[in-house]
Design a binder for this molecule. Structure first.
Ligand SMILES: [Fe+2]
Length: 156
């Protein structure tokens, strides 16, 4: 997860550099590279988190709300990334930048949302997932139970 965060933060830095260079100084080759990387990187990272990390993080019920919010943010980020990919392809292929303010606004909306999302995951999800993945699942479920199960023990 931390490697994926690092890759996504690099993407954020590149998106910010593109936004800062609009319209005259834009590096069109960089736009093409981002258009190719952005969605696949996000989708792979999101799928990994949702399939591998969040189930571990959400073993405590009070974290279910956080997981729902993080998953909703994944959907939002991917849909914004889809729109941006088309625009980056257009610019990368030498297309006119008709509305640099709007493109800059969209770029900022995505990298700022991604940075906030990653900061939350780093602070709240990574430490718990790291601990949980070092602890056998049987011990985790036993220690997270507040009371012993009443349906056992009366058998003998
Ligand atoms: Fe995430």
């Amino acid at each position: 997860m931390e490697e994926r965060h690092a890759a996504k933060l690099e993407i954020c830095d590149t998106l910010e550099a593109i936004a800062d260079s609009l319209p005259a100084g834009v590096d069109r080759h960089r736009c093409l590279v981002m258009a190719a990387l952005l969605l696949p990187t996000l989708r792979e990272a999101h799928a990994y988190e949702e399939q591998t990390i969040f189930p571990v993080f959400a073993r405590r019920e009070d974290r279910a709300g956080s997981v729902r919010r993080l998953c909703a943010e994944h959907v939002e980020d991917e849909s914004l990334a889809e729109e941006l990919t088309e625009m980056l392809l257009h610019v990368g292929h030498g297309g006119e930048i008709a509305n640099p303010e709007a493109l800059g606004f969209m770029l900022r909306a995505l990298f700022e949302a991604m940075r906030r999302h990653i900061a939350f995951e780093r602070e709240h999800v990574v430490p718990i997932a790291r601990r949980a993945m070092r602890t056998p699942a049987s011990r985790l479920t036993a220690s997270s139970r507040r009371a012993p199960r009443a349906d056992r023990g009366s058998e003998r």
